[in-house]
Design a protein around this ligand. Structure first.
Ligand code: LAN
Length: 727
C-alpha cells in the first residue's frame, strides 16, 4: 500500500512528519457505535488482533486470497461478495470511511482547542497526515470537499487545524497554502461558517459574523420563517450557533491565535473594520450568493436591532429556550447529535454553559470520536457517525438480486445483517416530540444508528425492504415482528408531500422562498426539505413490497400514496429523459431510482415513452469502453458532465436503471458489465475511483462501499434477465 510505518517519535528524513504504527489501530463496533483505538501495550495488541477489515480500512495488505477468475456475471458477484463479506463487522453491519467534506474536522479541532481538551498524540499525528495528504498538489490548498477546488473556507479552516495541532507556519506546505489563501483575499473573504469558527477561536472579531439571532426561536410556529420549518440540518446548526453568537463567546487571545491573525489575514488585525466584511466573500466560496433581502435583514439585525433595540429580557428568554432545545437534542440522541456540525457546536455550548466539569460536556467528549475514521492517509471526520443501517440494508438488497440469500453459505452473514437491522430499528418516540419539532419515528430506521435516532424516509424504506426480503421472502428468522413492520409503514405514510414526492427526514415544512434566507453561501437548496426522486422511490417501493405480504394493512392509503408518488416521479423527469440526483452523483444515480418507481407500477420500455427516453439519454452517453462516468460538476451545474474515465459505480447504476426499465437490447449492458468485470481485482474487490455522493448540490461525500454493493446488484439483475452465460 506504499506508506511506511514509523513509530511515534521517529522522524522520517523527507518531511519530518510523524506516523503512527498502523499495526496498532483497531476499529471497535459496539452495536453500531464505531470508534478507532490505538493500542499502546504489547499485551493489548496480542489480545485484540487486527482483523482483515481493520487492515483493509487502513490500506494495509489484507491477505485475502486470489479467487477463481470470474467468467459469468454471477461468478463476478460471488467473488465480490466473498471479499465484501470479510468487511462485515461483528454486530452484522458494514462500515467505511465516510469522508469528502473538508469543513468538518475544523469544527471538531477548534472545539477541542478552545475547551482545552487534550488531543491524544496519535490522533493529532494522523489528522495532520490526512490534511497534508489531501492538500492540492498544485496550490497547496483545500476545497469544500476532497475533489473541490481550493477555497477560503477550505484553506482558512484546515490551515488553522494544522496550526492548532502544532505545525510550523514556515513548513513549505503551510507557506504554499497561505499564499493561495492570500490570493483569495485571506480569511476575511470566507463564508459565514468560517467567520463563526474563527471568531470562536478569537482570531477574528464577532462583528464579522452575520447575525445568528437566537430570538428567531421565539417566533410563533405559524410564522412562515419560524426555524422549525427549515431543513433539519440547517435548524440544528443554527440552534447552537445562535447560542454561541448571542454570548459572543471567544477563546482568550494567546501567542498562537495572535500569530494566526497575521497568517490568515492579509492586513494587520488592528487596521481591519470587521463589521465592514460581514458580506465579503471570495468567488470560490460563493456558490449561493446571498439574496439582497437577506443582506438587508442582516444589516438591520447587525446595525439597528443588535446595538439599539434588542432588549435584555428577550435575549435572556431566547438563550434560555435555545439552551433547552440544545439539551433536548443531546438527550434524544444520547449526545450523538444529528450530525458532525452540530455535534461539536453543542459540545461548545455545553462547555460555555456549565464549564469543563459539566456532565453534558464530558458526555460529548466521549461521543465525538464516533465521527473519526482512520485510513491509509490518516484520520478524518465522517459525514455522520457511520453508514451502518444504509449500507447494510443495501447489501442485503444487492445479494437478493443475485439470488444469494437462499444459498446456505451466505446464511450466517445475512442472519447477522438481519440481527443488526433488528437492533437498529427505532422503537419509541422522543420525549417532548412536539416541543422539539421531531417527526414521528417509532418503527423507523435512520442512516447510521438507533442511538442517533433520526428517522430518514429512505433509510426506513431500505431497512424495511431488507427485513421483509429476509424474513418474508426467505426463511430467515422473524426477528422484527409484524407490529414493528407496521410501525415502519406508519412512519412512511407520514412522509409524503402534497406534490406526491418525499423528502429526507420530514415532509417539507416551509416555502421555497425561505431559500432567500440561505446564509451559508457555500451550499445550495438547504433551507427546506425538497422532494427527492431517490427518497420517493425508496418509500413507494417499500410500501408496495409490504403490501404484497400484508395486503389488508392501510391498503387504500398505500395505493393512493403510490399513485401520487409515481406521478411526482413522472413530473420530475426532464425533457431529455433524465432525472437530477440530489444524494448521489448524479443523473446516473437518480435514474436508477426513478426507473424502479416506474417499474413498480408496470411502466417499462415496452409500454412507456418516458422509459425509452430515459434509456436513450444513457445510450447517448455510453463511453467507448461500455461504461458511464459523470463528474461532480453535474450536481453543481445541473447538466450532465462527462468524466474523462468511466466509473464502476455509475456504470452499475445505469445498468440497474436500464434493467429496471426493461431495456430489451442486451448488448450495451453486456459491454458495460464486461468493463466492470475487467476492473475487478483478483481478490474480488474493486479499487476506489471518483467520489460517489453529494449533498446540498455543492458538497461531495464518499460512499466507498458502493463499489461493492451496486456492481453486485447490477451483475445479479443482468444474470436474472439475460442469463448467466460468460460475458
Ligand atoms: C446524508 C447521508 C445520507 C443521505 C441519504 C440517505 C443517502 C439520502 O437519500 C437522504 C439524506 C441523507 C440522510 C443525508 C442528509 C445530509 C447529510 C446528513 C448526508 C449527506 C451525510 C452528511 C450530510 C450532513 C448535512 C453533513 C453536515 C453538513 C451540513 C451542511 C450541516
Amino acid at each position: 500500500n506504499g506508506h511506511t510505518q514509523v513509530p511515534i517519535g521517529v522522524k522520517t528524513g523527507a518531511n519530518r512528519d510523524q506516523k503512527t504504527d498502523y499495526t496498532r489501530w483497531r476499529l471497535r463496533d459496539d452495536r453500531g457505535c464505531q470508534t478507532w483505538h490505538y493500542l499502546q501495550g504489547e499485551e493489548e495488541v496480542e489480545e485484540w488482533p487486527q482483523s482483515a477489515a481493520d487492515r483493509y480500512f487502513l490500506g494495509m495488505e489484507t491477505g485475502l486470497p486470489e479467487l477463481r477468475t470470474a467468467k459469468t456475471p454471477l461468478e463476478a458477484a460471488e467473488n465480490a461478495l466473498s471479499f465484501f463479506s470479510k468487511l462485515q463487522l461483528p454486530p452484522g453491519n458494514w462500515a467505511c470511511e465516510y469522508g469528502g467534506p473538508m469543513f468538518l474536522l475544523p469544527g471538531l479541532v477548534i472545539t477541542w482547542y478552545v475547551t482545552e481538551t487534550p488531543i491524544p498524540t496519535e490522533r493529532a499525528i494522523e489528522i495532520k497526515n490526512y490534511l497534508f495528504a489531501r492538500a492540492h498538489p498544485e496550490d497547496g490548498g483545500w476545497g469544500l470537499h476532497i475533489e473541490g477546488e481550493s477555497s477560503v473556507f477550505g484553506i482558512a479552516m484546515n490551515y488553522t487545524v494544522l496550526r492548532l495541532l502544532g505545525v510550523d507556519p514556515e513548513d513549505p506546505r503551510m507557506q504554499k497554502a497561505r499564499s493561495t489563501l492570500w490570493k483569495l483575499g485571506g480569511a476575511l473573504n470566507g463564508p459565514h461558517w468560517s467567520k463563526f469558527w474563527l471568531s470562536v477561536l478569537g482570531v477574528m472579531e464577532w462583528d464579522i459574523v452575520n447575525p445568528v439571532p437566537p430570538e428567531l426561536w421565539l417566533l410563533p410556529d405559524w410564522m412562515p420563517i419560524a426555524p422549525w420549518r427549515w431543513w433539519i440540518h440547517m435548524r440544528h446548526v443554527f440552534l447552537p450557533m445562535s447560542y454561541v453568537y448571542s454570548k459572543r463567546w471567544s477563546y482568550p487571545l494567546n501567542d498562537l491565535t495572535r500569530q494566526l491573525r497575521s497568517e490568515l489575514l492579509t492586513q494587520p488585525f488592528e487596521t481591519i473594520t470587521f463589521s465592514a466584511h460581514r458580506n465579503s466573500i471570495s468567488p470560490m466560496d460563493d456558490y449561493h450568493p446571498k439574496a439582497w433581502i437577506l443582506k438587508l435583514l442582516f444589516w438591520f439585525l447587525a446595525v439597528i436591532w443588535g446595538p439599539y433595540l434588542r432588549p435584555a429580557w428577550l435575549v435572556e428568554r431566547a438563550e434560555k429556550h435555545v439552551w433547552w432545545l440544545i439539551q433536548a437534542e443531546d438527550k434524544n440522541t444520547d449526545f450523538s447529535n444529528l450530525g458532525p456540525v452540530n455535534g461539536p457546536m453543542n459540545t461548545l455550548c455545553a462547555y460555555i454553559k456549565h464549564g469543563p466539569e459539566g456532565y453534558a460536556f464530558q458526555e460529548h467528549l466521549k461521543t465525538l470520536p464516533e465521527f473519526l475514521w482512520m485510513k491509509d492517509e490518516g484520520m478524518l471526520m465522517n459525514g455522520t457517525n457511520g453508514v451502518q443501517t444504509w449500507d447494510t440494508a443495501f447489501t442485503v438488497l444487492a445479494a437478493d438480486s443475485c439470488g444469494f440469500l437462499s444459498q446456505k453459505q451466505y446464511r450466517p452473514m445475512f442472519t447477522k445483517a438481519l440481527e443488526f437491522l433488528e437492533d437498529q430499528q427505532i422503537l419509541a418516540e422522543v420525549d417532548d416530540q412536539q416541543a422539539c419539532y421531531r417527526q414521528q419515528r417509532k418503527g423507523a430506521w435512520g442512516f447510521s444508528t438507533r442511538k442517533q435516532g433520526y428517522a430518514v424516509s429512505d433509510c426506513t424504506s431500505e431497512g424495511l425492504k431488507a427485513t421483509l426480503i429476509l424474513q418474508n421472502q426467505h426463511d430467515y428468522p422473524t426477528l422484527v415482528e409484524e407490529r414493528r413492520l407496521k410501525d415502519a409503514i406508519d412512519v412512511l405514510l407520514t412522509m409524503q408531500n402534497s406534490s406526491g414526492g418525499c423528502a429526507s427526514y420530514e415532509p417539507t415544512r416551509g416555502s421555497e422562498l425561505l431559500e432567500h434566507l440561505n446564509a451559508a453561501e457555500v451550499f445550495g437548496r438547504i433551507m427546506i426539505e425538497y422532494d427527492y426522486v431517490e427518497c420517493t422511490t425508496a418509500v413507494v417501493t417499500a410500501l408496495q413490497m409490504f403490501q404484497k405480504h400484508y395486503p389488508s394493512y392501510r391498503s387504500a392509503e398505500i395505493v393512493a400514496f403510490r399513485d401520487r408518488a409515481v406521478d411526482y416521479i413522472r413530473s420530475a423527469q426532464r425533457p431529455d429523459g433524465s432525472w437530477y440526483g440530489a444524494w448521489g452523483i448524479c443523473f446516473t444515480y437518480a435514474a436508477m431510482f426513478a426507473m424502479e418507481s416506474l417499474k413498480s407500477v408496470g411502466e417499462t420500455y415496452e409500454n412507456s415513452e418516458r422509459v425509452r427516453r430515459a434509456c436513450q439519454f444513457f445510450l447517448d452517453r455510453q463511453m467507448e469502453d461500455g461504461g458511464w462516468g459523470e463528474t461532480y460538476k453535474s450536481c453543481e451545474t445541473g447538466e450532465y458532465c462527462q468524466h474523462e474515465k468511466s466509473q464502476v459505480v455509475q456504470t452499475a447504476w445505469v445498468v440497474i436503471a436500464m434493467l429496471e426499465g426493461g431495456f430489451p437490447d442486451k448488448e450495451p449492458l453486456r459491454k458495460a458489465l464486461k468493463m466492470i468485470m475487467s476492473r475487478q481485482q483478483a481478490n474480488g474487490e474493486w479499487k476506489q475511483e471518483a467520489i460517489e455522493g453529494v449533498f446540498n448540490k455543492s458538497c461531495m461525500i464518499s460512499y466507498p462501499n458502493y463499489k461493492f454493493i451496486f456492481p453486485i446488484k447490477a451483475l445479479g439483475m443482468y444474470a436474472k434477465r439475460f442469463g448467466n452465460g460468460p460475458l
